[in-house]
Design a protein around this ligand. Structure first.
Ligand code: NAD
Length: 461
């Protein structure tokens, strides 16, 4: 007979992971590589169930589920396994004139036992991508998936149970209360992806134990379409990025600032693209649904705050909302205050680039910013004046698909970054070590050496 599954409290679980971390077992390259292999094999084992769960929770199509959730993770595991030996190698750095006979290096140490809190919009990818970094860096980890996507959470738990013992990596399912209980523990690192509002709560809880954090938050990501932009390319790429996952993407274009000379042509072009790619959304099988009634009702309330250029169809029964473009937005509209996180795209005209720069810089730093222009000068001005997490020129979203670019926000859109090598560094403490020779001992630094001050002043000018 199988032994009953041990029911541990959260506190006991953390203690168990701490004890395992102390054995040093998680630190060798061989261990990390085989754990990444186990993770990939377990995901492959449950891939069909995972695709079904993504369909049940969000109506994600198989293509979306594979490309944006599962394939992304396979790729990240493969690359991490290929590069890890090199990443783990201590990095030699140069000294200065006073470091004669000394060698300096940075060693990458795992933090220890880490907590990963994930949101619901890419419920699998955003839980597992940080986990790859945590494993690569040699940590143990507790992962809490979102309660709003329960089917995916259940499959994630099975994937992690099949691959790992709970003393090493484990999924803890639950809602806000579970998250609060987890946050009350002392962690060596906390990696949070979610809203700015909850990010504040996480940061406060981490501060209690002086735990370092990465906060991958949200906010409004603007698109600027300048007078000289290639309109048909802009419309096509914006439509793709906005209505993928029904706009429930942290780096989705939130609103468009369009040069007034191009507004009419842009609106027509994006309407054509939206219909070609997603139909009217509500009746389109492969269009993702809104995650729950509360978000659906919030989104529906925005439809009153301006003119509908197209879209606006909704079905509360299936939680579907059509790709929608709004114009003439009211002065104090919530749709221009909240992160939209749904299929509504406000389009606002401007005359001068200065207006755009002022408008964006008066608001919290965006997670992403997108600029469509043919002009290097316009690009230079926008890059110089605006602070944001990351972005694209003449594209949207694609910056996060390059693992050689750190992905993260700044200010209210977050702190810290990950993907590729940056994930490994995020979950590692950079330990500085200076190794001195004992073959000689320059007397100059000692206070009883005659002329010390003179020599030091000569070197440290
Ligand atoms: P959320 O902040 O509501 O929830 C995220 C996680 O925090 C969940 O696991 C949830 O259980 C937990 N949580 C909720 N309330 C909590 C509380 N009071 N105390 C502790 N934990 C709590 O976010 P969400 O609605 O799941 O996700 C949407 C948000 O996430 C959007 O703002 C989006 O922009 C952002 N996001 C950011 C990124 C990024 O990479 N920067 C990626 C995806 C989503």
């Amino acid at each position: 007979m199988l032994a009953p599954i041990e029911q541990l409290t959260i506190e006991e679980l953390v203690q168990k992971q701490r004890r395992f971390f102390k054995t040093q077992a998680t630190k060798s390259l061989a261990f990390r590589l085989s754990m990444l292999t186990f993770l990939k094999e377990s995901i492959q084992h449950y891939e069909v169930e995972l695709i079904e769960a993504l369909h049940k929770d969000l109506n994600k199509s198989e293509l979306d589920a594979f490309t944006t959730e599962i394939g992304f993770i396979y790729d990240e595991i493969t690359r991490t396994k290929r590069e890890l030996k090199r990443w783990m190698r201590p990095k030699r750095v140069r000294g200065t004139a006073i470091h004669l006979g000394m060698k300096s290096e940075i060693q990458y140490d795992p933090y220890g036992t880490v907590l990963i809190l994930a949101p619901w919009n890419y419920p699998f990818q955003l839980a597992v991508a940080p986990l790859i970094g945590a494993i690569a860096a040699g940590n143990t980890a507790v992962v809490k998936p979102s309660e709003l996507t329960p089917h995916v959470a259940a499959v994630l738990t099975k994937i992690l149970e099949r691959a790992f013992a709970d003393r090493y990596v484990v999924s803890v399912e639950g809602d806000k209360e579970t998250a609060e209980e987890l946050l009350a523990q002392k962690w060596d690192y906390i990696f949070f992806t979610g809203s700015t509002q909850v990010g504040r709560i996480v940061n406060k809880a981490a501060a209690e134990h002086l735990t370092p954090v990465t906060l991958e938050l949200g906010g409004k990501s603007p698109v600027i379409v300048h007078a000289d932009a290639d309109l048909s390319i802009a419309a096509k790429r914006i439509a793709w990025g906005k209505w993928m996952n029904a706009g429930q993407t942290c780096v989705a274009p939130d609103y468009v600032l369009i040069h007034e000379s191009q507004q009419e042509a842009f609106l027509e072009a994006i309407k054509k693209e939206a219909f070609a790619m997603f139909g009217n959304g509500v009746g389109t099988k492969r269009f993702t649904r809104i995650v729950n009634e509360a978000h659906f009702d919030r989104l529906t309330s925005y439809l009153e705050e301006g003119d509908l250029f197209f879209g606006g169809d909704t079905d509360r029964e299936t939680l579907k909302m059509a790709p929608t473009v709004m114009t003439n937005i009211q002065g104090d509209a919530n749709v221009m205050k909240d992160e939209i996180f749904g299929p509504i795209l406000p389009v606002i005209p401007y005359r001068q680039l200065d207006e755009v720069i002022e408008f964006i810089s008066d608001r919290p730093h965006p997670l992403a910013l997108y600029l469509f222009t043919a002009s290097k000068e316009v690009e230079r001005l926008v890059m110089k004046h605006l602070t944001f997490g990351g972005g694209c020129v003449n594209d949207v979203i694609m910056h996060l698909t390059n693992p050689n670019l750190p992905f993260g926000g700044v200010g209210e859109s977050g702190m810290g970054a990950y993907h590729g090598r940056y994930s490994f560094e995020t979950f590692s403490h950079a330990k500085s070590i200076l190794r001195n020779t004992t073959a000689f001992d320059l007397p100059v630094r000692y206070p009883n050496f005659k002329g010390t001050e003179k020599i030091i002043r000569l070197i440290q000018r």
